[in-house]
Design a protein around this ligand. Sequence first.
Ligand code: PAF
Length: 290
Amino acid sequence: MQSFNTIASLREELAKHKGQSLGLVPTMGALHEGHLSLIIRSVAENDVTVVSIFVNPIQFNNQEDLQKYPRTVDDDLKKISEIKTDKTILVLVPSVEEMYPEPVKETYHFGAIEEVMEGPRRPGHFSGVAVVVRRLFDIVEPQRAYFGEKDFQQVAIIRNLLEQIKYPIEMVPCPIVRADDGLALSSRNMRLSPAARAMAPAIYDTLQHAVEMSEYEDVEDVVEWVLGTLASYHEVNPQPDGLKFEPEYFEIVNDTTLQPIESWDDAKGVVGCIAVWLDGVRLIDVVRFR
Ligand code: PAF
């Protein structure tokens, strides 16, 4: 593994690998097993893997979230260096000035797929993601790029971005990695207090029960049940320090258009996407219904 702080030095190294297949794994660091699964997949499928570690300020609509986002670069590099492989892994760790020497003016629009779920709640977020991902595509020029399905809407946005900019890059969505107790791995989990971390798996338990309910309940009733179950969780299961779930949304959507469905037969592929606040941390998760 080699790490680079400048785009020029990474590109100089990449020039030595001309003709080899190249995979890109964009991350914001604070790497966990979910990120490592993306890197390991890229290593298996490509001669060279580039991992980027960059907390992208322009995708944060909430300054407190940006400030509190965990930054653990030394630890991240150690985890990557421990991956057992003979293949080449290059890590780009640029500063904000390196990525954005000029103020960013471009914006991206994605139509209906950004008008649901995360879109209206995080204004500018997906445009900021698209700007940095396109920049990384331009820097690395990969054949494949790897993204986690926990950010389900982001995967649809990147797919749409690739159609807009017409880059011949294969987007590889990778399954969510969960802790043994079911909590979807996220860099934000490390900000949860021990009591909140112990409570958090109830999100996935609730989603799994919702999947069972979908065999005999209407979509609307399942949505209401999930939101109600989480919102009243602390009443049924008293928590220390007044901990409670504050669900922001739960939507059951067509897995391609991301538009909410009304009946289970409205789409072939159906997923449920949720965002929940717990202990000042915003957690998201996804479950497949059909
Ligand atoms: O999913 C993330 O961590 C980020 O949105 C990404 C794709 C690395 C862009 O900053």
